[in-house]
Design a protein around this ligand. Structure first.
Ligand code: ATP
Length: 284
C-alpha cells in the first residue's frame, strides 16, 4: 500500500518572545499560517521492520536525523507497529529557511503513517506526539492559521487571513534557529508586536491593517548577523510589497501583495540577486 501527503511551508505573520523560561525554551506568541509551497511525501508500507528515507535533495540528512524518520520511529515505537515504511521526500521547501520545512515533513509523516498503518490516532494526540519532535510540528499537523503560545505547541485556531499573494525570497545562507534564539536578549526587546491587533485585522479581513500589524522580534538578531536579510526587505518594499517580514528565525523574507499585477515585478526584481524566490498564495 502507498499513500501521499503534502507538507506545506508556514510563515509567521507575527513572532513575539515574552521571556526565557527556566527549562531553556523561550515563551513565544506567534501567528502562523500556511502557504502554497510544499514538500511531497510518498509512503510505502514495507513488510520488514525498518524505516528508509530517500530524497532528490542532496542537502538533508536521510538517516535518523531526518525529522520524517524521527516521526516514523516515534509512531512505530509508541504504537508497536511491526511493519516498516519507505518514505520518499520530494523536497521543495528551502532548508533551514524559517519555513518549518522539516517540521512540516514530520507532521505529514505522522498524518500519513496514521492512515497507512490504520492506527486511528486522534488529531490532538498526533499533535502531542509532534511536540516531542519540535515546537512547530503540532501546528504543522493541522495547518490553517493559529496563534501559538508556550514554546509554540499551545494552539488556538483563528480565522483565515484575507487572501493575497506571498512572495518569498531566501538568501543563500543557512540560519540555525538555535543560534538566533541563543543570541536574543529577551529582556532587551524594545517593541513587541501586538497579537490582539493582528488577530483583529485577520478576523475583520483588513489586509492593509494586517500588513501594519506584522512583526518578528527575531528579525533584529538575524539582520545583525546576516545583513542580506535587510537588503531583501528593503528591495521588497521598493518593489511595492504591501507588507514585508522575515519568517521564523530567517533568513527567508516574505512580502504580502494584494494586487496580482504587482507580483511579477516583485518576483523578477528579487530574482536579480536571489536564486530562491517563490510567488505563491496563502492557503485558505
Ligand atoms: P523552523 O522554521 O521550524 O525553525 P527551518 O525552516 O528553519 O525550521 P528546516 O528546513 O526544518 O529549518 O531545517 C532545519 C534543520 O533540520 C536542517 O539543518 C536540516 O538538515 C534538518 N532536517 C532534518 N530533517 C529535515 C527534513 N525532512 N527537511 C529539511 N530539513 C531537515
Amino acid at each position: 500500500m502507498k499513500i501521499y501527503e503534502k507538507a506545506s511551508a508556514k510563515i509567521n505573520l507575527l513572532l513575539d518572545v515574552l521571556h526565557k523560561r527556566e527549562d531553556g525554551y523561550h515563551e513565544v506568541e506567534m501567528i502562523m499560517t500556511m502557504v502554497d509551497l510544499a514538500d511531497r511525501l510518498e509512503m510505502t508500507e514495507l513488510p520488514r521492520d525498518t524505516i528508509i528515507i530517500s530524497s532528490q535533495a542532496g542537502y538533508i540528512p536521510l538517516d535518523e536525523k531526518n525529522l520524517a524518520f524521527q516521526a516514523a520511529k516515534l509512531i512505530k515505537d509508541r504504537y508497536n507497529v511491526r511493519t516498516g515504511v519507505y518514505i520518499h521526500l520530494d523536497k521543495r521547501i528551502p532548508v533551514a529557511a524559517g519555513l518549518a520545512g522539516g517540521s512540516s515533513d514530520a507532521a505529514a509523516a505522522l498524518r500519513g503513517l496514521n492512515r497507512l498503518w490504520k492506527l486511528n490516532i486522534p488529531t490532538e494526540e498526533l499533535q502531542t506526539l509532534g511536540a516531542e519532535l519540535g515546537s512547530d510540528v503540532p501546528f504543522c499537523v493541522t495547518g490553517g492559521t493559529a496563534i501559538a503560545r508556550g514554546r509554540g505547541e499551545k494552539l488556538e485556531p483563528i480565522a483565515t487571513p484575507p487572501q493575497c499573494w506571498v512572495v518569498l525570497a531566501k538568501p543563500p545562507i543557512h540560519v540555525s534557529t538555535q543560534e538566533i534564539y541563543g543570541k536574543l536578549n529577551a529582556k532587551a526587546i524594545s517593541r513587541h508586536p501586538s497579537v490582539p491587533r493582528m488577530r483583529r485585522a485577520i478576523e475583520h479581513q483588513q489586509f492593509y491593517e494586517m500588513c501594519q500589524a506584522m512583526g518578528n522580534v527575531l528579525e533584529d538578531v538575524t539582520v545583525r548577523l546576516y545583513p542580506e536579510v535587510r537588503q531583501i526587505k528593503e528591495c521588497m518594499l521598493r518593489l511595492g510589497a504591501d507588507g514585508v517580514l522575515m519568517s521564523g528565525s530567517g533568513p527567508t523574507v516574505f512580502g504580502l501583495v494584494a494586487k496580482e499585477s504587482k507580483v511579477a515585478r516583485l518576483y523578477n526584481g528579487l530574482r536579480g540577486f536571489c536564486k530562491d524566490v517563490y510567488a505563491v498564495r496563502m492557503l485558505s
